[in-house]
Design a protein around this ligand. Structure first.
Ligand code: PRP
Ligand code: URA
Length: 209
């Protein structure tokens, strides 16, 4: 079974409360989502290997550490996942970004693919699939499947808020994919929305309704 990690850092939890608030407008919502994504990236990359190098300081030679040439790919699920990309790129600027376009059919709640553009070398990259919401888990499971079909081997999933149903769905379909979230909420309502959640992440990010 894949690991589930809830990132309970006080800054993440504080900002998440502001994100949830219905009074938070699109501009502030976007900024907060970006900031939380950056803070989460710090934890999601904790297992990246280091290698030792020597650095000449102004006074001596220091044995120091740098990242061991890991190639990273970020894969936002369109469209709400876009809101998390810039925050992550601030910490991992060399990452390539692939896009998977999926929307949930409002009646069936099943994901419908409309776009897919990925770096050509995804098989060699550590991929982080990003989406603010993990509700039924249909979109994340489908996105991960697209990546695996195209050769991806090393995949993590990072979301702001997850429902227990979505976590179970992804863990069942993809037991090799570790999941990182800022919160696990109570349940889904009849329309597949996370309760209490934050509403429609895409609409709140982009001011649509
Ligand atoms: C939202 C969200 C996820 C999906 C989660 O996207 O950003 O991609 O729903 O639901 P699921 O776990 O039940 O699949 P939506 O389909 O609303 O599209 P959008 O990002 O374009 O608004
Ligand atoms: N998508 C969202 O944007 N919000 C939810 O609560 C569920 C799916």
């Amino acid at each position: 079974m894949s690991k589930l990690q809830v990132l309970d850092h006080p800054l993440i939890q504080h900002k998440l409360s502001l994100i949830r608030d219905e009074k938070t407008g699109s501009k502030e919502f976007r900024e907060l989502v970006e900031e939380v994504a950056m803070l989460m990236a710090y934890e999601v990359t904790r297992d990246f290997p280091l290698q030792e190098i020597e650095v000449k300081t102004p006074v001596a030679i220091a044995k120091s550490k740098v990242l061991a040439g890991r190639k990273v790919g970020l894969v936002p699920i369109l469209r709400a996942g876009l809101g998390m990309v810039d925050g992550m790129l601030r910490l991992i600027p060399a990452a390539k970004v692939g896009h998977v376009g999926l929307y949930r059919d409002p009646k069936t709640l099943l994901p419908v693919e409309y776009y897919c553009k990925l770096p050509s070398d995804i098989a060699e990259r550590d991929l982080i699939v990003i989406d603010p919401m993990l509700a039924t888990g249909g979109s994340a499971s489908a996105a991960i499947m697209f990546l695996k079909d195209r050769g991806a081997k090393n995949i993590k999933l990072m979301c702001l808020i997850a429902a227990p149903e979505g976590i179970l769905a992804v863990q069942t379909a993809h037991s090799d994919v570790d999941i990182f979230v800022a919160a696990v909420d109570e349940c889904l309502n009849d329309h597949g929305y996370i309760i209490p959640g934050l509403g429609d992440a895409g609409d709140r990010l982009f001011g649509t309704k």
